[in-house]
Design a binder for this molecule. Structure first.
Ligand SMILES: *Cc1c(COP(=O)(O)O)cnc(C)c1O
Length: 475
């Protein structure tokens, strides 16, 4: 085949856990699983999940804080993760009826569950109340529904109140969630005095974005509210600081910086394109000037996971002239958190089979995979990690290197699996595998769809050198 292409794609080398390295060496397992279940498949490991939980736990232990980690299961639908979190003494944050019901059916005790769903209908609230699961309240209509359910069932319920509208630099951090600090104060006082069946136990927030400073401000203002409540003889047992802990996907900072620089140059026509049809990945180009930044996850980070948590909790509060974790400890408050993505760091890979090779009308090489774009998708404009190519064993002479694009099965011009140009050191052949590393958090499940009536990918767990099926939730 004619491969006289510009080979210069920009490498973005992913970090790989040892279990991933092992299974890539042992790749006949992946080939066999794709034969059995079809392409693509998602393969998970619980080992990094347990390591990630332990790393957060160690921060709390080091700071002498009571804590509880609720894995936000919306980031991956396999029930194995909430079960594993519970076995580590932690729990799961649930955001829908089925997320909660599955956890209960799996035998997870109410004390290990929390309900934060953005929309809670009566059926969901009834389930939570019957099962004694703490409900995180977001608005007054939810409150009305909860009161109705509680009085019908004549049953107590524990609630946490979600906060929003924190101040930062004298401006309110915009959000669609939660009660303002003042509204929360009035509301909690009111229910404390008038609602014997409702047991207020804690405050909760989950902030958008990845700013340590925003979170520190939110913790500080939550503590002020806790102190105000305390003056009214209202005790706050826990403060839940939500999810959104950064993680790091890439091994080299210089690659990440170089990619970002070259993307801008490419889009301005100063070099060959590095994305399909010179896609800007969310930047806006007007009159040959670029505005904004790529709308992509910050795949390279140095302040991530437990380091990020530590940075928040050891922030200094000017209002109290004290470190946040000391203030929390003095008040004997349990810190709760709800990480999704970061607990799933290194917990999954997605593998697909090469179906075809062809060129588009511009002469770009396209490599068709037996998968679709929704099976590797988050809110990030592209998944910026190099995929791993596993050539099938052949007796052929060595293959040439080539650069091109991975395309998928939905009948759309925009159906790129990755928008970035990828270099393959060996020319892909039909039946080869392409593996996408570190996909367990959001990438594999959050946006997957069944358009064209394609079936959803099978989910497997790699344990003791064997692939186990973990699809009890889908069949
Ligand atoms: C999405 C979400 C989380 C998890 O966020 P990650 O970024 O995956 O850590 C936690 N809590 C709430 C309320 C959420 O909506």
């Amino acid at each position: 085949m004619n491969t006289n292409q510009n080979l210069e794609s920009i490498p973005l080398t992913p970090l790989l856990h040892t279990w991933v390295e092992d299974i890539l060496v042992n790749n006949q397992l992946i080939h066999a699983a794709i034969e059995e279940y079809g392409s693509p498949i998602n393969i998970h490991s619980l080992r990094p999940f347990e390591e990630n939980i332990k790393a957060y736990k160690d921060v709390f232990l080091e700071m002498g804080l009571k804590h509880k980690i609720y894995f936000a299961r919306k980031a991956n639908k396999c029930i194995a993760f909430p079960i594993a979190a519970t076995e580590c003494g932690e729990g799961a944050d649930t955001a829908s009826y089925r997320e909660l019901k599955e956890c209960i059916d799996a035998g997870i005790n109410a004390e290990h569950l929390i309900l934060t769903a953005a929309v809670k209908n009566k059926r969901l609230i009834e389930l939570a109340v019957e099962q004694n699961v703490t409900v995180v309240l977001d608005n007054l209509d939810e409150w009305d529904l909860l009161k109705e359910v509680v009085s019908q069932k004549n049953k107590c319920v524990r609630i946490n109140v979600r906060l929003g509208g924190f101040y930062f630099d004298d401006k309110i951090l915009p959000t669609r969630f939660g009660f303002s600090l003042e509204d929360a104060f009035q509301f909690i006082k009111e229910l404390h005095n008038n609602e014997p069946l409702i047991n207020f136990t804690g405050l909760h927030f989950h902030l958008n974005g990845y700013s340590v400073e925003h979170r520190a401000a939110a913790v500080e203002q939550s503590l002020q509210l806790i102190d105000r409540l305390s003056l009214e003889q209202i005790k706050t047992e826990s403060l839940d600081i939500g999810g959104g802990y950064l993680m790091n996907y890439l091994s080299e900072k210089s690659q990440w910086e170089y990619f970002n620089k070259e993307l801008k140059r490419a889009v301005l026509g100063e070099r060959e394109p590095i994305t399909y049809q010179n896609d800007t990945l969310g930047m806006i180009k007007v009159n040959n000037k670029l505005y904004g930044e790529p709308t992509v996850y910050p795949y390279y980070n140095e302040l991530y996971k437990s380091i990020f948590l530590k940075a928040i909790l050891s922030s200094y509060s000017a209002k109290y002239n004290q470190l946040l974790f000391k203030l929390i400890e003095e008040r004997n408050i349990e810190v709760r958190m709800e990480p999704g993505r970061s607990l799933l760091d290194q917990c999954g890979i997605t593998a697909a089979k090469v179906a075809f090779r062809k060129k588009d009308t511009d002469g770009n090489w396209l490599f068709g995979l037996e998968m679709n774009r929704t099976q590797l998708r988050s809110s990030s404009a592209d998944f910026l990690l190099d995929p791993i190519h596993i050539p099938k064993a052949t007796e052929k002479d060595s293959r040439e290197a080539v650069s091109g694009f991975l395309v998928g099965a939905y009948c759309l011009e925009q159906e790129l699996i990755l928008r970035r140009k990828i270099t393959f050191l060996e020319f892909p052949e039909v039946g080869d595998l392409v593996v996408f590393p570190n996909t367990a958090g959001y990438m594999m499940h959050f946006f997957e769809s069944e358009a064209h009536l394609f079936e959803l990918a099978k989910n497997l767990i790699f344990k003791d050198q064997i692939l186990h099926c973990c699809d009890d939730l889908k069949d």
